[in-house]
Design a protein around this ligand. Sequence first.
Ligand code: NAG
Length: 322
Amino acid sequence: MSINRAEKICWKKCWILNYVLAFLLFTIWCFSMMWRWHPVVVYACKEQRSDVLILSPWLAPIVWNGTYNSVILNAQFHQRNVRVGITVFATKKYTIFVQNFIDTAEKYFMVGHKVTYYVFTDRVSDIPAIDLREGRHLVVLQVPTYQRWQDVSMRRMEMIRHTSQERFINEVDYLVCVDVDMIFSDEIGVEILSNLVGTLHPGMFSVPRESCTYERNPQSEAYIPTDDGDFYYAGGFFGGTIEEIYKLTNFCHNAMMADQAKNIEAIWHDESYLNKYLLYHKPTKILSPEYLWDDDFGRPDYLKRRRFLAVRKNHYQIRNRR
Ligand SMILES: *[C@@H]1O[C@H](CO)[C@@H](O)[C@H](O)[C@H]1NC(C)=O
């Protein structure tokens, strides 16, 4: 009898001990998990921006300084060995911008990643030889000359579409299409890469949609009704995968040609058609005006970094000289 009782007490104690042990182990596990995720949790809590919109209504991130961690992103894109192409058009006198554009890009654009510069020009011999870092290349592509700057600007869509099939699809994973009369003045990295990317126009940021300079002529292929539209995107900075860029440039070029046949030209040329496309094919990522700034718009508080800046120039002189 007494032996049985002693055994029972022992079993009870063992059970209690097991519970205590399990609880201890669980606590240790919790702490180790907290420790493991600690930096991310702190990052998410501390660095998010509360002064600006950081998510579109269709849940596309809007990229501002302080909304991402470039260490994590760089590791992710290095793992995929990503190749990035960047296109610029430097026709006529615009060739003078190429040197500074590439020099500053070498310092700030996608540093540490594979980059190919595609410079479209009608003056191949005016493009200087430029020293590039390892893993970076310069490709100069000959294009026809157009007299009006509006045509030069609009024909970019056709040429990007054409080259997407011919080259880009075999050579790069993402394409970034920008203006050449710009300089990089702060880091631009893989945080901008996504399937389809638009950039908020610095002058149209925080403007109500009725006042955005969308094309309002119902006859035009770029027409957007006054009660439609969300963001206004800049013609000078868009990007995405080659497939998405092909679709975008194909739409824009065809729409422009259809308008031309009707003797119509949208108010802001290629930018108007781009806005039409991006309104009905929502970007998967949106870049804040940090990625396309012009000091003519001043230095607002929300702008923590100016990464890509318009070069001050005399518009009239450069556009009209041949
Ligand atoms: C930009 O964001 C980083 C964190 O991602 C922060 O450390 C830095 O201070 C910010 N820069 C400015 C100018 O606010």
